[in-house]
Design a protein around this ligand. Structure first.
Ligand SMILES: Cc1ncc(COP(=O)(O)O)c(C=O)c1O
Length: 410
């Protein structure tokens, strides 16, 4: 008997305090879903909930629904639901737009907060998500700044060098699963006078985050990953309350105005986090995200993190010795809730796994990514997935011409 046979995994699941949450998600039969870091599954009842909003609110009250059902304030209300998940005070998080657009707002505002320092430097790492890097370059070009992208392991020493105006990092690396020290780097950034912008897309919902205690300045994140807000769910933007007065939204839109329905020709920022709004909220997506977040009302995030460590450690143990290279740090303190494996033909292996019901994903050039969402992934799923992976690799099933052996061009 190996230390982790299936019975042992079942025993861990039987003792799991989060076990009941699995029933709150719609999960396809015969599928082991290890891609909640890309798109979370729908919570049970979502379809009915949205249908009710369409008929009982939109269909019944038509344009009056904006006020009758409080649609106008959804970005603030849903923001207050995200707030506890990142350790933020009520009134410091807004929900709306995409993560990309919120990054633009946050980075532009960050540079405005640090005027008069020559050519300001935005420090990031080379593993950051492409949209983060593109927006940084775009903001740098417009604000007369410069982006310096260094290896993740060099961020701390370069930051300590002292000429950085803005530190902009993704907390958990989308490709490798490596985790930065959010509190430590934020404290160092402040010592050298830099403003911090954190992308929390791959950490919110799977580990405790405390932006308030860590004194983070600005943060953004996706709604559709571990928060299960649905495809294209709106994103969130956090502004530290101490910076709110000075936060200048570089996209001055009418919903960020102090009195949008005065239709004034002169822009006057709304008080508080409402100034980070831009245009009309995407009501149906916002309603879906709001309902998805209700699941977290009953969740103890420390338990979520403990299970995440247990699942990812189990996966790492079980793939040891297979024909793959572990990309994610072995030390749980240095990783998020995903495990990435390198294989020379990773795309074909991921497709062969999907054909056998194990859904992970692939990130070019050769990384297979497996996300472990503790609210619905079980230890037996990890066990079964690794058995299937071992079989796919040993049998050479991934060589089947049905599977693409080249990353798609688009
Ligand atoms: C770290 C990170 N930031 C941003 C994004 C994309 O943001 P959006 O498409 O919502 O603008 C992703 C998408 O996977 C991501 O992984």
């Amino acid at each position: 008997m190996t230390p982790f046979d299936r019975d042992r995994c079942r025993a861990l699941d039987d003792a799991d305090p989060l076990a009941a949450f699995r029933d709150r998600f719609v999960l396809a039969d015969g599928v082991i879903y290890l891609d909640g870091n890309s798109l979370g599954p729908p919570p049970v009842g979502m379809a009915e909930h949205l249908a009710r909003v369409v008929t009982d609110q939109w269909g019944t009250d038509l344009v009056r629904a904006w006020n009758v059902h409080g649609w106008v304030d959804l970005p603030l209300r849903v923001g207050d639901r995200v707030a506890p998940l990142i350790g933020a005070e009520p009134g410091s998080v807004i929900v709306g737009d995409s993560t990309t657009v919120n990054l633009f707002k946050a980075l532009g505002a960050a540079l405005d907060l640090r005027p008069g320092r020559g050519t300001p430097v935005i420090l990031t790492d080379t593993g950051n998500f492409p949209t983060d890097l593109y927006v940084m370059e775009s903001v740098a070009a417009r604000w007369g700044a410069q982006v310096r992208a260094v290896a993740p392991s060099e961020v701390e020493s370069v930051l300590a060098g002292g000429d950085v105006a803005c530190l902009a990092l993704t907390h958990v690396d989308y490709r490798t699963g490596r985790r930065h020290d959010l509190a430590g780097l934020t404290a160092l950034a402040h010592r050298v006078g830099a403003v911090t912008v954190w992308d929390l897309s791959h950490s919110t919902g799977v580990m405790p985050i405390d932006v308030d205690a860590a004194d983070v300045d600005l943060a953004v994140g996706c709604g559709y990953k571990y928060l299960n807000g649905g495809p294209g769910a709106p994103a969130y933007l956090y502004v530290a309350p101490r910076l709110m007065e000075d936060f200048s939204n570089p996209i001055a839109g009418w919903f960020g105005h102090a009195r949008p329905f005065d239709f004034s020709e002169i822009f006057e920022p709304a008080p508080g986090i409402a100034r980070a709004r831009v245009g009309t909220p995407h009501v149906l997506s916002m309603v879906a995200f709001d309902a998805a977040l209700a699941v977290f009302d009953d969740v103890d995030v420390d338990q979520v993190r403990a299970k995440s460590v247990s699942l990812t450690s189990l996966f790492i143990d079980l793939v040891d010795g297979l024909d793959v290279e572990l990309v994610t740090p072995r030390d749980p303190d240095l990783r998020g809730s995903q495990v990435s494996l390198r294989h020379r033909d990773g795309l074909a292996v991921v497709q062969a796994l999907a054909a056998r019901g194990v859904v992970g994903d692939f990130r070019a050039p050769d990384v297979m990514r497996f996300g472990f969402a503790p609210l619905y992934v079980r230890h037996v799923d990890v066990f079964d997935a690794t058995q299937i992976l071992a079989d796919v690799l040993a049998s050479g099933q991934w060589r089947d011409p049905r599977f693409s052996h080249r990353p798609p061009v688009t």
